[in-house]
Write a protein that binds this ligand. Structure first.
Ligand SMILES: Nc1ncnc2c1ncn2[C@@H]1O[C@H](COP(=O)(O)OP(=O)(O)OP(=O)(O)O)[C@@H](O)[C@H]1O
Ligand SMILES: [Mg+2]
Length: 264
């Protein structure tokens, strides 16, 4: 009688130089993962934590633009890479290693190798937390992280739209199946406040909180659709760093406090 082989056991390697590693994820594209990863990281910094930000989007890196990074990282020994320092954060992105307009025409094994380089060869130093900005989907990058990197938790971002939530549910199941703790869900672009004082719920209402309840996860908060958040991202100046009194920054601090109290 043939016996089923035992499931492959993956060795989860921690990222050296950090106490905690948190993914900001959503299987859906364009819902604000990168914007939230960077602003949340600086909100955690405002709470006194030493932060690192790793942009894991090999095909569409955003971090160089979001933080106005234009230096090439140095390699002291041609093997390891020094992260760039910006506003007190240590940063790494595939976008720093290639030309801005070069398309990454890579197959899976090359992506996996790039993720391993960024998680094992970068000389992160004395970080309390590294926030990882994940690409959309549940493909090679996600599998490499959840199976081969020690992740302390994942934060899931979505808009309240049904179309986004479908993918998000797939993302939640991927983390559940691979034993990654979900720290909670964030509702992005939840409401737009017009100059007329009216609130417009462009992507619907309550969908992310309902999904959190459905899967028995924490609901961490709602970020409105806000022009200052968008312009600060385009200018490479995260709102939570440059405008701590902004109403949207305050929402990020509240979410950061919840994460710090519960997990850091
Ligand atoms: N709350 C918000 N208010 C206004 N603009 C936002 C908000 N969140 C994100 N954006 C804008 O929406 C666009 C998509 O955001 P972002 O790049 O962060 O999404 P993403 O989920 O990381 O996308 P991708 O799946 O391509 O990685 C960007 O132009 C960003 O500036
Ligand atoms: Mg992104």
């Amino acid at each position: 009688m043939s016996q089923k082989p035992p499931p492959k056991q993956f060795i989860k390697t921690p990222i050296k130089g950090t106490k905690t590693t948190i993914l900001v994820s959503s299987a859906k594209g364009g819902v604000g993962k990168s914007t939230i990863a960077v602003n949340l990281a600086f909100a955690l910094q405002k709470l006194g934590l030493k932060i690192g930000i790793l942009d894991a989007d090999v095909y569409g890196p955003s971090l160089p633009k979001l933080l106005n990074l234009n230096e090439k990282p140095k390699s002291p020994d041609n093997k390891s890479i020094l992260p760039l320092e910006k506003l007190g954060a240590q940063c790494m992105s595939m976008g720093l290693l290639i030309d801005e307009q070069t398309p990454m025409m890579w197959r899976g094994p090359m992506v996996i190798s790039a993720i391993k380089t960024m998680t094992q060869k970068v000389l992160w130093k004395e970080r309390d937390v590294i926030i990882i900005d994940m690409p959309p989907g549940t493909g090679d990058t996600q599998l490499t992280f959840v199976q081969e990197v020690r992740i302390d938790g994942a934060i899931i971002v979505s808009t309240p739209q049904d179309l986004a939530l479908l993918d998000v549910k797939r993302g939640i199941q991927m983390f559940e199946k691979t034993g990654v703790k979900i720290l909670g869900l964030i509702d992005n672009m939840s409401v737009f406040k017009g100059n007329d004082g009216q609130e417009y719920k462009i992507f619907g209402e309550g969908g992310v909180e309902n999904t959190a309840n459905e899967f028995n996860k924490d609901f961490l908060g709602q970020i409105p659709l806000n022009q200052d958040l968008r312009t600060s991202a385009d200018n490479g100046e995260p709102l939570t760093f440059t405008k701590p009194d902004h109403e949207v920054s305050k929402i990020f601090y509240n979410i950061a406090k919840k994460i710090k109290q519960s997990f850091l």
